[in-house]
Structure formats: C-alpha cells, structure tokens
Design a protein around this ligand. Structure first.
Ligand code: IPM
Ligand code: MG
Length: 351
C-alpha cells in the first residue's frame, strides 16, 4: 500500500514519527508491503516557501496514495491558520471526505472521568458531516474594523450532504450490530437548515426498522453524553456540532491524547488523524501521547482491509494503558518514544 504521511506542526511531528515506527512493526509482523512518502506541508514549509499545499497537491493525494496520515496542523506563527485550512480542511473538501468517523471507546476504567462509570459505559461512535455546514467558509465582513462591522458566516446544508452522512450512520449501525442511531441538530432554533436534517433523518430511518432512531437537540446531547454515555451507540450530526461533541467524546476516552479519527469517502483515498491538535508548547519534548496517532493508524489499516494489524495495535494500546506503560496525561510516566517502544514490544510479543 502507498501511504502519504504529513507530520505537520508541533507534536504532530512527534506522534507521526511514532506512528511510523508502529507501522513498520506491524508491517513486518503481518507481512504487509508498505511504501510511505513523507510530505513536508506544514507551517515551517509555508513560512519558508509561501506554499501551503501545491496546486496539484489534492490530485496527488487522491491519485498516488491509498491513504493519508496527518499528525496535526496549527502554529502561532501562522495566525490565520491558512496552511491548516488549506491542507486539512482543503483535503476534506477536495477529496470529498464526507464522513468524519470518530470512535469514542474507553480502553480502561481508570480513564473514565465520570463518577460511578466504567469503560463499559463509553463505547459509541460519532459520524460528523465533514464537507459542509458552517465549514464551507461562505460569508464576508462589511465595514470591518469599525463599530458598524457586520460579519456573516453561512451554514450550508444540502440534501445530498445530509442524506449521505445519515445513510452512512445507519449502514454502519446495521453492519456492526449497533441498535441505536441518534441524530443531533438544533432545529428548534435553526428552522431552515436543520429542518432538512429532520426530514432526511425521518426518511432514511424508515429503511431501518430494527434500529432505534432518536433525535436530540445538540445541547441535550452534550448533557446526556456526560450524564450517561452508555445510552448512545451511533451519533450523527453536522460539521460544527460534530467538532464540539467529539471533544466531549475524547474526554470520555481519557483525553484528547487517546482519540482517533478517520476522514472517509468510502472506496476512495481517505485521511486519518488523531483528534488532538499541534500543542506547540509540548512539541519536541518527548511528552505527547502517541496513542491517539497509533489508534488513527489502526483505523487506516482497518479501512484498507487489514483488520489483523489494526486489532493488534488496538489491543497493544489497551495493554500498555492497563500496565501504565504510557505518557503522563493518561497516568503513566513514560515519554512519547518510550510509550511507543512498549507498544511495539507488546505487538511483537503477541503476533
Ligand atoms: C478537528 C479540528 C479541526 C476542525 C480544526 C483544526 C480546524 O478541531 O479536526 O476536530 O475544526 O475540524
Ligand atoms: Mg475539533
């Protein structure tokens, strides 16, 4: 398989280097032929060259690679975040990666932050619409910089966009034996755009009579995710709400360092990244948690049809966490590299 690795900025570089070592370990344990190209697109590259992503960059990702792995993007030296928008959001749009798949699974009771709850209570998935909503960046500013300034930011909801993500959520539920799909919107206040979500959800759910279709306003969803996350199997929502509730989800798994994500267009080149950001103050200090990146690598391998190596990584992460062979954010005392060493040793001892 041909993979593009984009380490990006800050701790993105640290965790991508570790994911790379884990990839090599599973490739040799499972006999996978892997070819990796590392692409330099990042804040450093932008500041040095003025280029965020080259003009043929999206076509290159689409045509030359089976999947793309991204570390993290974001750097205070690029205050408008232009490079992150072009590289990450740009790839989501240009490769039409309409499914943002974020599993929320806690691997150890110790990591559950809720009183009286265990890991059994935290096992759900969020499907975030990834190509429209408030992220389309349509709008403008009038009289900017004055006290009369007007800023308009439009939310786009199309039948096609809403339909395909809701359909995907139900198909996933059916294929994985999850019995409940919850759609979250804010149709009590956003009466045009989210009325479309209501209509499509009603229509699509009718095709899946064995799956419980539930609707929540997103504010109630946020509350119930904290009160009792066990009531959720599959959550489907729009781009912005999905961004927000997956940070709640990350916290339920032990924090941003543990959360993995996939940006998918089924059957096409897709992009995988840990949910955490670039955390510039932590960069290069051997403290970042590599497990979110390694679990994202597992999603990549699984998506490309390599379920064995994917499971091996996931169970090795679980064993490391259980033995506190991990970084400080999840209760261990190891550095980024040492936690990965332990992960790799675990993979090698079980394959
Ligand atoms: C995420 C991030 C991005 C997003 C940022 C970096 C633009 O928060 O992937 O969740 O909002 O989608
Ligand atoms: Mg986010």
């Amino acid at each position: 398989m041909n993979l593009a690795f984009i380490p990006g900025d800050g701790i993105g570089k640290d965790v991508t280097a570790e994911a790379r070592r884990v990839l090599d370990a599973v490739a040799s344990a499972f006999g996978l032929a892997v070819c990796v190209d590392t692409l330099p697109w990042s804040a450093d590259h932008y500041l040095a060259t003025g280029v965020t992503i080259p003009p043929d960059g999206y076509a290159m990702l689409r045509d030359q690679f089976d999947a793309v792995f991204v570390g993290a993007l974001g750097d205070p030296r690029v205050p408008d975040n232009r490079h992150a928008r072009d590289i990450l959001l740009g790839a989501r749009f240009e490769l039409d990666l309409y499914v943002n798949y974020r599993p929320v699974r806690c691997l150890d009771d110790r990591l559950v932050p809720l009183k009286g709850k265990s890991r059994r209570d935290v096992d759900l998935v969020v499907f975030r619409e990834n190509t429209e909503g408030l992220y389309v960046n349509i709008g403008g500013r009038f009289k900017a910089g004055t006290e009369d300034e007007i800023a308009v930011q439009e939310e786009v909801n199309t039948w096609k966009g809403v339909h395909r993500i809701i359909r995907h959520a139900f198909e996933f539920a059916q294929a994985t034996g999850r019995l409940r799909v919850c759609m979250a919107d804010k149709s009590n206040a956003l009466t045009h755009g989210h009325a479309l979500w209501q209509r499509v959800f009603r229509e699509v759910s009718a095709d899946y009579p064995l799956i419980e279709a539930r609707h929540l306003f997103v504010d109630a969803l946020a509350m119930f995710m904290i009160r009792d996350p066990a009531q959720f199997d599959v959550i489907v929502t729009n781009n912005l709400f999905g961004d927000i509730v997956t940070d709640i989800g990350a916290e339920l798994q032990g924090g941003l360092g543990m959360a993995a994500s996939a940006n998918l267009h089924p059957g096409r080149t897709s992009l995988f990244e840990p949910v955490h950001g670039s955390a510039p103050p932590l960069a290069g200090k051997n403290v970042a948690n590599p497990f979110g990146a390694c679990l994202s690598l597992a999603l990549l391998l699984e998506t490309l049809g390599h379920a064995g190596p994917a499971r091996a990584i996931e169970s090795a992460v679980e064993s490391c966490i259980a033995a506190r062979g991990c970084t400080a954010d999840v209760g261990g005392h190891l550095g980024t590299r040492e936690a990965t060493d332990m992960l790799i040793a675990q993979i090698q001892s079980t394959t």
